[in-house]
Design a protein around this ligand. Structure first.
Ligand code: ZN
Length: 353
């Protein structure tokens, strides 16, 4: 069984923080690394009616609320559209995050997708005291301030904020179950969305992008650059307290575990890596061909609730044929990417015929 925190660098061993401090930090960090959708399992999900989130002109309305250290949502409204900057920089960072994600949505869907409005631009900041996590609660995203030891404020990473808002979009456009491979696919799609928002806002093409999720979240006490790496899963951090990034980028390293809803944040590295390989093989801006193909599949293919990686791979290949024709360079690059990570498209898998 894989354990994110234990192992050679288990809390309480070696030099550095004392045993109790290590245990405390490790426990908090473990929560963050695994449970960004925790609330989804604790409350009935009611799909948000997108019409409730539009102003009379049909624009999505971004709203940032402040929980003032309580563990309640949404809190009091701190900034919404057409208002000046707030005094609180976390409020402003969260607000800019909502604006960036909305701008990317318009670019990605060319504002033509009827499901594009599945995005919900609602955020609560200052949730809890030194709360070291961020999550999508089924209706909005929620961010803590971090403990200052392992984590900075969760408003410090655009890819992380966009990941959580991506969960909102996916909740309103798919029915993927949040466990096993369908859950890992859900996490990967949220990572792809998060990475693409950051690349779009920074004007980075596929070759120059970092492909990191959560860059800036770790304090400088942590030996690591981000929560996850899409380019090289398993290399985002290697720290005496946190241990080593446990993600694999290929099916040969697939983690079979009962924890983390069956490894949804662990095995998401596999489709993440396939997307990175596909986008970098195509070159140019990752959101244009690769990203639009991925989210066309999400919006049009009615992925079954129990979709596994092979099901998704097959749908992406069918979409590539529809968009670019059979035998196109795009289709070949995509087939090579799935092959490189060891995912067999469903129709080609002899075990399923
Ligand atoms: Zn997530």
């Amino acid at each position: 069984m894989l354990d994110l925190i234990a192992g050679p660098s288990a809390p309480g061993q070696g030099p550095g923080p004392d045993s109790e401090t290590r245990k405390r930090i490790a426990t908090r960090a473990r929560q963050t690394l695994l449970l960004d959708q925790a609330m989804l399992h604790e409350r009935a999900i009611t799909h948000t009616d997108p019409r409730d989130l539009l102003d009379p002109a049909g624009r999505l309305v971004p709203v940032v609320s402040d929980a003032w250290g309580a563990e309640t949502t949404p809190g009091t409204t701190s900034r919404t559209q057409d208002q000046d900057s707030a005094e609180d920089h976390d409020v402003n960072d969260a607000y800019h995050g909502l604006e960036h994600v909305n701008a990317f949505r318009a670019e990605l869907f060319k504002d033509s997708s009827p499901k594009g409005a599945g995005l919900v631009l609602r955020s609560t900041v200052h949730y809890g005291l030194h709360y070291s996590n961020a999550f999508w609660d089924g209706a909005q995203m929620v961010m803590g301030d971090g403990d200052g030891e392992v984590f900075n404020s969760f408003t410090s990473s655009l890819s992380m904020m966009a990941h959580e808002l991506g969960h909102g979009l996916l909740q309103n456009t798919t029915s993927l179950a949040h466990h096993g491979q369908s859950g890992a696919l859900n996490e990967s799609l949220a990572d792809v969305f998060g990475a693409l928002v950051e690349q779009y806002v920074s004007g980075q093409d596929a070759a120059s992008a970092s492909w990191l999720i959560g860059k800036g979240l770790f304090t400088d006490k942590v030996q690591g650059t981000a929560l996850r790496s899409m380019a090289a899963p398993g290399t985002a951090y290697d720290d005496p307290v946190l241990g080593k990034d446990p993600q694999s980028g290929t099916m040969s390293g697939y983690v079979h575990t009962g924890e983390d809803d069956g490894g949804v944040h662990l095995n998401s590295g596999i489709p993440n890596h396939a997307f990175h390989l596909f986008a970098t093989a195509l070159g140019g801006n990752a959101w244009e061909t690769a990203g639009s193909l991925w989210f066309n599949v999400v919006n049009t293919s009615a992925l079954p609730e129990d979709s596994d990686f092979g099901t998704f791979a097959e749908q992406t290949l069918l979409q590539a044929r529809r968009q670019n024709g059979a035998g196109s360079m795009v289709e070949r690059a995509l087939a090579d990417a799935w092959d490189a990570v060891g995912v067999v498209p469903r129709a080609l898998d002899p075990a399923r015929s």
